[in-house]
Design a protein around this ligand. Structure first.
Ligand code: ZN
Ligand code: ZN
Ligand code: ZN
Length: 207
C-alpha cells in the first residue's frame, strides 16, 4: 500500500496498519485516520467472498491523502519467507500473539501482533496482523536524525564545473553558487540522500 504525501507529493509506503507513517522525503507525518483504515478493511471484507483465492483487487482511496492499495486473497498455502521461500506457518500463530513469527527453515523473523484497538473498534473481525510495521513514538525524530546523519555529497556543476556540496537538507533543485544556474540533482544523488523505502507485503487475518 502506498500513500501520496500531502506535504511534498512523494510516495510513502505504508507497511502496516499505521495512522502516522513518516514521509522519508520531507520527514513529515502522513495522517491516515482510523475511519480510512476501517473503510479500507470493510471494503476488502465485502468483496472478500466474491474473490477467488489468489486473485485480488486494486483500490484507490481519495481523501486528505491518496492511498493506493493492492490486496490479494490468500490461497492456501501460506505466503513464503522472503529469505528462504519456505511457507510461513501462519496457522501456528494464535490470535493475540504479540511478538515475532519465526521461519522454521532459516530462522528469519517478522513481526506479528494483534490489531491495535482503534482498528478493531471499526473492524471487529480483524484478528491478527502479520509482517506489518507499527506506529512508533519517536519515528519522526528518527527519520530526521537519519537525514541529518547522511554524509554530504560533492558533485560538479554540470554548467561550470564548480564544486557543489549537497546535503540531505538540500532541495531537489539547488542553485550553483558560481554560475547561478539551477542544478537538478540526479536520481543517484537524490536517492543516496533520501533512501527510498519499499512497499512491503503485510496482511491482516480475519476471524
Ligand atoms: Zn513528504
Ligand atoms: Zn526462511
Ligand atoms: Zn555552476
Amino acid at each position: 500500500m502506498i500513500a501520496t504525501c500531502p506535504h511534498c507529493g512523494n510516495p510513502v509506503p505504508v507497511n502496516g496498519p499505521q495512522r502516522r507513517p513518516i514521509c522519508r522525503s520531507c520527514q513529515k507525518v502522513v495522517e491516515i485516520t482510523a475511519e480510512t483504515w476501517h473503510d479500507i478493511l470493510r471494503e476488502y471484507l465485502e468483496s472478500y467472498r466474491g474473490l477467488e483465492p489468489g486473485s485480488g483487487s486494486d483500490s484507490t482511496i481519495m481523501g486528505g491523502t491518496t492511498l493506493k492499495c493492492t490486496s490479494v486473497k490468500l490461497p492456501p498455502p501460506d505466503p513464503a519467507c522472503p529469505k528462504c521461500e519456505t511457507n510461513w506457518d501462519l496457522a501456528g500463530v494464535k490470535d493475540g500473539t504479540d511478538g515475532a513469527i519465526v521461519c522454521q527453515q532459516c530462522g528469519y523473523t517478522s513481526p506479528t501482533y494483534p490489531p491495535p484497538d482503534w482498528l478493531k473498534a471499526g473492524v471487529p473481525a480483524a484478528a491478527q496482523v502479520f509482517f506489518g510495521e507499527r506506529d512508533r513514538t519517536g519515528a519522526v525524530e528518527e527519520a530526521a536524525a537519519t537525514v541529518a546523519a547522511a554524509t554530504p555529497i560533492a558533485l560538479a556543476c554540470p554548467q561550470c564545473g564548480g564544486g557543489l556540496l549537497v546535503t540531505a537538507q538540500s532541495e531537489r533543485t539547488l542553485p550553483c553558487k558560481y554560475c547561478k544556474v539551477d542544478v537538478f540533482l540526479p536520481d543517484a544523488v537524490w536517492l543516496k540522500l533520501h533512501p527510498a523505502k519499499e512497499a512491503k507485503f503485510w496482511l491482516v487475518r480475519f476471524s
